[in-house]
Design a protein. Structure first.
Length: 466
C-alpha cells in the first residue's frame, strides 16, 4: 500500500524529465525514500543496498540537471499561488557547511572558523512563495552562488579595481537578488500579485530600478541611510532616509508576532508606524560607462516600524525601515506592509528545516556537483515537511486524510490512543498533528504551547518507521 510520501511524489513529479525514463523513475523512488526518512542520512534512507548504490549513481550522473529536478515543483508552485490574490515571494541566502568533509572537492568558502580558518561549503539562494498568513506554497527558484567563478571573472583586475565600488552589478554576488526578480517576472502567475520580500542584503539600487521597469512589487528592509529626494544624481544631498523618518511623529500603531529563540517561541511587539513617499537616486559611484545609461530616480515609499515602549534592552527592540514600490496611501496600508515583512522569518524557518530537520549538511558525496543535486532533493523534501507542519493552521478541523493515507492515520490512531478500535471517520488534522508531535517528544500538557517544528519533524520521521 502506498504511503503519503509516495502519493505526493507521484503527483508533484509526474512530469519530471531528464531525457531518460529510467532516470525519471529513479528520481521519484529516491525522493519517496528521502521523504519517508527526512531526518536521516542518505545511507540510512533506503531499505536495500541496491537502492543506496542507485542513489549514488543518480547524484553522480551529469545528465541530471538541477533545473530539471526543480521544474515540476516550480510549475506546481505557480499553480498553487494562482488561487491567491497576493503571495509573498521570500528571498534569502543560506550557507551549507561541509567543512567536516575535508576531501570534498569543488566547494566554495562560505565562512571562517573561530581560528580564522576557511570553512568550505555551498552558498544557496532560495526563493519561497508563501501566503500572507505564512503558509509555504513552494519554491519558485533555487540557485547556487559560485563565488570562485565570480572571482575568476575579475582575477585580471588590480586590487583597487576589484573593490565593490568599481564593479558593475553583474560582477557582484548581490546580482542574485536581481536575477531572481527577472526569473519570477517570466512566470505566469495569472491575476496573483507577487511581492518580493527581502532582508537588508537586497537594499540595492538596481533591484528597485529593475522592479520599477518590470512592474514587479518589492518590499525590502533598508540597510543604508541613503540620500533621498535629489533632483539629479550628483546633487549635494539635503535629506537622508533614516533622519527624515525619525523626525516625524508616529502615524499609527500595530502589533506583530515575532519568532524568537529561547524558552518562549514567539513574542508580540507593539510598533509605531511612520511612512513617507521618497525618490531614490542612483548612488554617486554609479556611472554610465560601468552601469549603463539607465540611472533614473525611483519613486518609493519608506516605512519605519519601531518598538518604542518596551521593557527590552534598546538593542533588542524592533526597528525596521522598509522600502517598497507598493502603493501606500494611508496608515492601514503601511501596517499591512509591516505585517507582510514580519512573514520574512518564514524562509529562515525553512532553512532550519532543510539543515536540521532534513540533515542536508550530513551528506558525504565528495564532489560539489553531487552535493548540489542532493541538496536540491533534500530541499524539495524540506518544503513538503515544512508545508505539513504549517497546514494545520489553515484548516485544523478538516479530516487528516488530506495529508495522511488511510493506513497511516489508522496506525497513528492505534499508536497514540492505545486502542485497536478504529473510528469510521478520520480524525481532524489538529488531532493528528498532536499525535505526530507526541511521537517526536511533545508532552501535550495543559500548560504547553502548540507543538513546535522540531517535535513535528521528529514525529513525521517516527511515523514512517511504524
Amino acid at each position: 500500500m502506498r504511503n503519503a510520501a509516495e502519493v505526493w511524489v507521484e503527483s508533484e513529479f509526474a512530469a519530471v524529465s531528464f531525457g531518460d525514463a529510467r532516470l525519471d523513475r529513479r528520481f521519484r523512488v529516491i525522493l519517496s525514500d528521502l521523504a519517508r526518512h527526512c531526518g536521516k542520512t542518505l545511507a540510512s534512507s533506503f531499505d536495500a543496498l541496491s537502492k543506496l548504490k542507485a542513489s549514488y549513481r543518480f547524484f553522480a550522473n551529469g545528465r541530471v540537471s538541477l533545473q530539471a529536478m526543480l521544474a515540476p515543483h516550480i510549475a506546481h508552485t505557480v499553480e498553487r499561488l494562482q488561487s491567491h490574490s497576493t503571495v509573498l515571494v521570500l528571498q534569502d541566502t543560506t550557507y551549507l557547511d561541509f567543512g567536516h568533509r575535508a576531501e570534498s572537492v569543488g566547494l566554495d568558502i562560505v565562512n571562517r572558523s573561530s581560528a580564522n580558518k576557511p570553512v568550505e561549503g555551498l552558498m544557496l539562494h532560495n526563493t519561497l512563495a508563501v501566503t500572507t498568513e505564512g503558509l509555504p506554497l513552494g519554491l519558485l527558484d533555487q540557485r547556487f552562488i559560485d563565488r570562485k567563478q565570480l572571482h575568476e571573472d575579475t582575477a585580471e583586475l588590480t586590487r583597487s579595481e576589484r573593490t565593490r565600488a568599481t564593479k558593475a552589478i553583474e560582477q557582484k554576488e548581490s546580482r542574485r537578488w536581481i536575477d531572481v526578480l527577472h526569473h519570477c517576472h517570466a512566470l505566469d502567475t495569472g491575476s496573483c500579485e507577487t511581492v518580493h520580500v527581502c532582508d537588508r542584503e537586497a537594499d540595492i539600487y538596481e533591484l528597485f530600478r529593475d522592479a520599477d521597469s518590470l512592474s514587479e512589487k518589492v518590499l525590502v528592509r533598508a540597510a543604508h541611510n541613503r540620500a533621498i529626494n535629489k533632483t539629479h544624481q550628483h546633487e549635494t544631498p539635503t535629506d537622508w532616509i533614516f533622519d527624515a523618518l525619525s523626525a516625524r511623529r508616529a502615524q499609527g500603531r500595530t502589533r506583530v508576532r515575532l519568532q524568537v529563540n529561547g524558552r518562549k517561541k514567539y513574542r508580540e511587539a507593539s510598533l509605531s508606524i511612520i511612512y513617507l513617499p521618497i525618490s531614490m537616486p542612483a548612488p554617486t559611484n554609479r556611472t554610465v560607462a560601468k552601469d549603463g545609461a539607465s540611472l533614473p530616480m525611483v519613486p518609493l515609499t519608506a516605512i519605519m516600524a519601531v518598538e518604542k515602549q518596551s521593557s527590552r534592552e534598546l538593542h533588542d527592540r524592533v526597528c525596521w525601515v522598509l522600502l517598497t514600490n507598493l502603493p501606500v496611501n494611508n496608515v492601514e496600508s503601511a501596517i499591512e506592509k509591516v505585517q507582510w515583512y514580519a512573514q520574512r522569518w518564514t524562509i529562515e524557518v525553512f532553512h532550519k528545516v532543510l539543515k536540521s530537520g532534513c540533515a542536508a549538511e550530513k551528506a558525504q558525496l565528495g564532489q560539489s556537483d553531487r552535493l548540489k543535486r542532493y541538496v536540491i532533493a533534500k530541499s524539495l523534501v524540506a518544503w513538503r515537511l515544512f508545508w505539513l507542519t504549517r497546514i494545520q493552521t489553515e484548516d485544523p478541523d478538516s479530516p487528516c486524510d488530506r495529508i495522511l493515507e488511510p493506513l497511516e492515520w489508522k496506525l497513528l490512531h492505534r499508536k497514540s490512543c492505545k486502542t485497536k478500535q478504529i473510528p469510521e471517520e478520520p480524525p481532524s488534522i489538529r488531532e493528528a498533528f498532536i499525535w505526530i508531535a507526541q511521537l517526536g517528544g511533545y508532552l501535550n500538557r495543559k500548560s504547553d504551547p502548540d507543538p513546535g517544528i522540531i517535535s513535528l519533524w521528529r514525529g513525521w520521521d517516527r511515523l514512517s518507521d511504524i
